[in-house]
Design a protein around this ligand. Structure first.
Ligand SMILES: [Zn+2]
Ligand SMILES: [Zn+2]
Ligand SMILES: [Zn+2]
Length: 226
């Protein structure tokens, strides 16, 4: 436990006893577990972690406590990419931004003073006084990039990826169909949306195309950013 965390626990004690919060001891256990854990945890992860340590508390109680902690400035919540709510420590005066891997879900924290200042300046050019911001960069982490095979069916591509059409399988009829739409081998293609089901939206030369999954499965693509 770092001195910073000891300090947080003392402040928590003061604030919560002052507010006469019910179930103080259990809430304190939630705080202790939260402070000892890796960052960006979900309610279920924290409840599970407590359970492993023999502290049986319902997820509802844990969620409620985390919300309380957020309200009082001990935790901060984020919903990356509209996913499940995650909580991280909120140390006063500490600010960082996030990169989120859309493949494995890893969350990388970063801090860049130049970027921080630049954002304030940009806001100011619009006559806007910036109070706070959230910067979330979505992409593919270094490990996932290494692991990913060079070629894959278009259905596996993620939104935002820029790819090249390497091959069209399924015979001449498929190639003709795609050609009629305006897509051919060698085209550089950008994925606009691909949520794992239904149609994919892609763009080639600023033109949008909607592709059914069956058809997209027959298009072999390769990253164009290597
Ligand atoms: Zn920032
Ligand atoms: Zn990853
Ligand atoms: Zn963070």
């Amino acid at each position: 436990m770092t001195p910073l965390h000891t300090q947080e626990k003392e402040q928590f004690r003061k604030l919560f006893q002052q507010e006469r919060v019910e179930n103080f001891e259990d809430r304190f256990k939630v705080l202790e577990a939260f402070l000892s854990m890796e960052k960006h945890v979900t309610v279920d992860e924290l409840a599970g972690f407590l359970g492993q340590r023999g502290v049986k508390l319902s997820p509802e109680f844990v969620r409620d406590t985390l919300k309380m902690l957020s309200r009082l400035g001990f935790a901060r919540q984020s919903r990356f990419d509209n996913g499940v709510v995650r909580y991280e420590h909120h140390h006063l005066g500490d600010h960082h931004d996030h990169m989120i891997c859309t493949k494995c879900g890893r969350i990388i924290e970063f801090k860049e003073e130049r970027l921080e200042k630049y954002q304030i300046q940009i806001a100011a050019t619009h006559g806007f006084h910036m109070l706070r911001h959230k910067m979330e960069i979505y992409g593919i982490c270094a490990d996932c990039l290494k692991e990913r095979s060079r070629q894959m069916p278009l259905t596996m591509a993620k939104a935002g990826e820029r790819l090249v059409i390497r091959e069209i399988s399924g015979g001449a009829s498929v190639r003709m169909r795609l050609l009629a739409m305006g897509l051919r081998q060698g085209d550089r293609i950008e994925i606009i949306t691909n949520d794992g089901q239904g149609q994919l939206a892609v763009a080639v030369d600023l033109k949008r195309y909607a592709l059914g999954r069956g058809l997209a499965q027959k298009i072999v693509v390769e990253s164009s950013e290597r």
